[in-house]
Design a protein around this ligand. Sequence first.
Ligand SMILES: [Zn+2]
Length: 258
Amino acid sequence: MLQPRLWPVNISETNLPPVQYQLMKSGLICYLCGKNEAESWDHVPPKTLFPKKGVEHLALTLDRMSNSRGYKLPTCKACNNLLNLDEEYIRDRFSIVGQNTIARQVFKEGTQPSYMRPYERSKTVSKLDLIRRDIVTVVTTSSDGLITRKVDGIKIDSDRVDRVAIKIVKGLYYQNCGDRILDEQVFQVYWDPPNWLPELLSKQSPTVGRFGEVLSYKNVAIKDDKSGGIWWLSFYKSLGIIVVVLNPQLAEEVAKES
Ligand SMILES: [Zn+2]
């Protein structure tokens, strides 16, 4: 029987990319799966949401709590690449809907030039075709019922947004609390703020931050639950998403109440 041959390997700074070498030496574990050793840095919020140029412009708008380009957190390769397509999808849709100048810039630099490329699974259909297909006209009526108008809206895949929002929350928690959110925690994502939210969000919280005009966030604890709480994310100062992280017991109580 053939014996496997072992080749001596000299793992040093010279034959591994510096980032990989540093991470290997650090012994850090992936902040997403909590199992594999980290091999790369993951950007939180996703790098694709940021404009390519204009860092100087972003820097001017920063306050002391801000970090213009986001955090770099340790991940294994598999976890780092898992949501790449979802993140690109969010970049495309949010940069179309986003109201501020940074959203416009991200649209021009990232979304528009990639229009003729297909998304995965629909290899023959370009991104532009899919975006056109998802634009719908919605009729809105004012609260007094007097004014009716038609506006164009774009459909957005909530599963993809939810996945990316949850990943961002995991990253923000890791950065702010220095630990992973426990695996058994339950995530609930809201697009329309539930009526109990404004009161909770008005509470003081040390966990707030802003990445230029790309993403702002705030975290408040829920009841006595220390491992997660409520996260409010605002993309391009126009799209609000709420992620609630509950332990399984509390999640059951909330489900019974509602
Ligand atoms: Zn991982």
